[in-house]
Design a protein around this ligand. Sequence first.
Ligand code: TMP
Length: 205
Amino acid sequence: MKGRFITIEGTEGVGKTTNIEFIHSLLKEAGREVVLTREPGGTPIGEEVRELLLGHKHDGMSDDTELLLMFAARAEHLDKVIRPALEAGKDVLCDRFTDATYAYQGGGRGIALEHIAVLENWVQGELRPDLTLLLDVPVAIGLQRAGQRSAPDRFEKEKHEFFERVRQMYLQRARAESQRYRIIDASQPLDAVQAQIHAALQGGV
Ligand code: TMP
């Protein structure tokens, strides 16, 4: 049996970390073997690329370089981690995937969506997530929550308008692909958020 490919998305400060741990434990309780991973990252090359992308050493990085590095890390991740796990019947729970590229590089940076689609088809072939949970909160609330954490990375330093475009692109994609996406209202208290996540997972993939 092939495993299920589940991705978690959202802008900054939506509570991804806490909720991914919750989803991980729900899947394990249901008897699934789960590979928990993240993008950019998830492999030795991917984690090095993540440092290039998030650190401040390359603050002037061009938008296309950023896009291609995202997909370079993704190609390695698919080859070494994601495809082998799914083939072995394990579920893959991934903290961000290509929807983040459409949202951040497409919505945020303004790169043509057709260019992203070319890379998506090239690197992924037919593979798409089976289920994507979009943790959604208004940008102002998310940025306030994220600001209470560590020093901002290269993306977190962007302005409010950037994250507004990112959020709108996520919501647009979620509405267009309602079969695959579940929008979780993550501005609610944690137990209400987790009830929504529980229902979304039971609704199944
Ligand atoms: P995070 O996963 O720790 O939230 O940080 C990853 C950052 O990278 C986040 O700001 C979103 C950004 N990102 C993109 O811009 N494009 C992508 O394709 C991915 C996977 C992440």
